[in-house]
Every structure is written in structure tokens, then in C-alpha cells.
Design a protein around this ligand. Structure first.
Ligand code: 6PG
Length: 250
């Protein structure tokens, strides 16, 4: 079991997204060469949009789209047409612009008013796609993650019940500050990945990044802190603004 952690600081947001695109292309090439397919879990929020745009343009001819399988690490409890939908963002920025087979796209059916049922359904989707035995975890080739200013990642928020979930693959996690559920991968799924790439930009994330990467603050206060692949590679891709309070960046 080997885990490597790398922190890469890029000068500008453009360089950040270009480095992230290279990471996706590298992981896709290696995975398809080794296993004939590339399983990728997308993050949501605003940061990855520029990466998705870049992949759909500059990497349009480079990536093995027909061998790529798309999943989401988390989703808001809204229909796919909603402006808050992570699926909608990825579809508009990338999926609608690339030659990917619709059957290779596994979105979370978050339009289901019953969030727990939506989580169950997605867990079954993972179990079926990865042909999992009971208790077995899916091993994604690459999981993209972001981090909120509060230290949350995927939809694992500080103080939320989802932080304690160690047997389910997907949960409907109640987020008190938003008074809503979010659908989210759990830590076991995140930490079973072959590669995890965090994409974090902007000054507003700098204090939290220092806490996550350089302090001994507890993980349930900064959930991104507890993401460590048990047998894989963890890479933090940061722009200089986000890294501005890291002593290692000085
Ligand atoms: C979501 C995300 C979430 C996101 C962070 C950072 O659904 O919101 O998956 O974990 O990565 O909130 O969001 P920004 O990129 O918008 O800062």
C-alpha cells in the first residue's frame, strides 16, 4: 500500500487549469493502457468549470473519450436542469461538447425528492458498474475534488453526519447551513481511489488550506484533511493566491 502526496503551486489560474488538464490526460492514458478504460469522478462548484472547458477544447482530440466513464463525487439535491446542478455545469462546460457515449455518463439522479433514495440508487449504480462484492469499494482511476472556504470537500461538510459514515458508498448528507441534503461519496470511496486531485484557487481559500495542509486541527473541522488515498496518489493543485498562507510556499 503506497500513498504519495504532492502539492503543486501554479502561478496563475490559467496555469492551474492547464496543470489539472495534464493530470487528467496523464491519468486517462495510464488507465486505458492498463485496464482499457478510465473512470473519472467529477467535482462540482465553480472551480472545475474552466478545467472542463479546457478538456472540451484543447484536449478534445487527445482524450480517449469512448473509453471514459463519468461519475460525480457529489451533487446538490436539485434536478439536472437546475442552475445549481453539478451535472448541468459539467454538461454545459464539457459533456455536451465531446464525443462521449451517453451510456458512459452516470449522473446522480438528484431530482428524486427522496434524497436517501437517490443516494441508494447511486450506490447501486457504483456496485453494478464496478461489479462489487458486498463490502468491496469501487476504485476510481481519478477523483477530482474541490475545497470550500470552510474546509468541506465533495459534500462532506464540517460537523455533518456524513463525516462518520464508513460503510455506505454514497450518502444523503444533511447540511445544516444550507438546510438541505447533499448527495456525496463517503470517505471510504474517496480514499479507495488510485488518484485524487484537489483543484483549489483563490485567496479566500488560503487560511483554510493552511489549516488543512499545515496544522494539526481536527479533520472533522476541516473535512478535506481526511482525504488520503489508502493506496494511491494525492495531488493538491493550487494557484499562488490559494497557497499564499502556506509556509511551504514562501
Ligand atoms: C459542490 C462541490 C464542492 C466544491 C467546493 C468548492 O458541489 O459544491 O463539489 O465540494 O468542490 O464547494 O467550490 P468552488 O469551486 O465553487 O469554490
Amino acid at each position: 500500500m503506497t500513498t504519495s502526496t504532492e502539492i503543486r503551486i501554479l502561478t496563475t489560474p490559467q496555469e492551474l487549469f492547464s496543470a489539472a488538464a495534464d493530470e487528467v490526460i496523464h491519468a486517462a492514458t495510464e488507465s486505458v493502457a492498463a485496464r482499457g478504460r478510465f473512470t473519472l469522478a467529477l467535482s462540482g462548484g465553480s472551480t472545475p468549470k474552466s478545467l472542463f472547458n479546457l478538456l472540451a477544447t484543447n484536449a478534445r482530440t487527445t482524450l480517449p473519450w469512448d473509453k471514459m466513464f463519468f461519475f460525480w463525487g457529489d451533487e446538490r439535491h436539485v434536478p439536472p436542469t437546475d442552475p445549481d446542478s453539478n451535472y448541468r455545469m459539467a454538461d454545459e462546460a464539457m459533456l455536451s461538447k465531446i464525443p462521449v457515449k451517453p451510456e458512459n455518463i452516470f449522473r446522480i439522479a438528484a431530482e428524486n425528492p427522496d434524497a436517501a433514495a437517490a443516494a441508494d440508487a447511486y450506490e447501486k449504480t457504483l456496485q453494478k458498474f464496478f461489479a462489487l462484492e458486498p463490502g468491496q469499494l469501487p476504485r476510481f482511476d481519478l477523483i477530482l475534488l474541490g475545497m470550500g472556504p470552510d474546509g468541506h470537500t465533495a459534500s462532506l461538510f464540517p460537523g455533518s453526519a456524513g463525516l462518520q459514515e464508513h460503510s455506505r458508498l454514497v450518502i444523503a448528507n444533511w447540511v445544516e447551513k444550507f438546510k438541505t441534503h447533499r448527495l456525496s461519496f463517503t470517505y471510504p470511496v474517496l480514499n479507495a481511489a488510485a488518484r485524487i486531485a484537489f483543484l483549489v484557487g483563490g485567496t479566500n481559500k488560503a487560511p483554510t488550506l493552511h489549516e488543512v495542509l499545515e496544522s494539526d486541527a481536527p479533520g472533522d473541522q476541516y473535512p478535506a484533511k481526511l482525504v488520503h488515498p489508502t493506496n494511491g496518489k494525492l495531488i493538491w493543485l493550487l494557484d499562488r493566491a490559494a497557497a499564499s498562507q502556506l509556509t511551504s510556499a514562501v
